[in-house]
Design a protein around this ligand. Structure first.
Ligand code: FES
Ligand code: FES
Length: 161
């Protein structure tokens, strides 16, 4: 007999209430229950970082977190970054620096960097590389991603000044 619980969570500013199996991961909840397929699933073991989302403002591996653990929480996924059809500064910097090729790692990269740049608005290259050390990319060689992150930080500082 599956163990079913009702959970209520806010995802990208919208409140959802669903009955879910207690074994359902947050990644599968987002993708299959809410159709938020921007969150990608790669390794399902907490290694690749493709499934990274924010819960309560902190980045988490959605493949390692259960949906029931998000009851009462605020979840933010990559779908929330663009506003009114416009890329946010981080996304725009990825596009401008060719920070993606196949794009599979990109949602996780963006969410990791969203948290990191909020905490570190003026990072150096080493800090960016450290921040991204838990996100794997098979395509880019990371150079363009690091360049995008540094440029995004600069753009966001300029927007605030
Ligand atoms: S799918 Fe979650 S860390 Fe790889
Ligand atoms: S762009 Fe393909 S895995 Fe990163």
């Amino acid at each position: 007999m599956p163990d079913i619980r009702r959970i209520t969570a806010t995802v990208n500013g919208q409140t959802y209430s669903r009955e879910v199996e207690t074994r359902l991961t947050l990644a599968d909840f987002l993708r299959h229950e809410l159709n938020l397929t921007g969150t990608h699933v790669g390794c399902e073991h907490g290694v690749c970082g493709a499934c990274t989302v924010l819960v309560g403002g902190a980045s988490v591996r959605a493949c390692l977190m259960l949906a029931v653990q998000c009851h009462g929480q605020e979840v933010v996924t990559v779908e929330a970054l663009a506003q009114d059809g416009r890329l946010n500064p981080l996304q725009q910097a990825f596009q401008d620096h060719h920070g993606l090729q196949c794009g599979f790692c990109t949602p996780g990269m963006l969410m990791t960097l969203t948290e990191f740049l909020r905490e570190h608005p003026d990072p150096n290259e080493t800090q960016v590389r450290d921040a991204l050390s838990g996100n794997l990319c098979r395509c880019t060689g990371y150079q363009s991603i690091v360049a995008a992150a540094l440029d995004a930080a600069k753009r966001m500082r300029e927007m605030k000044s």
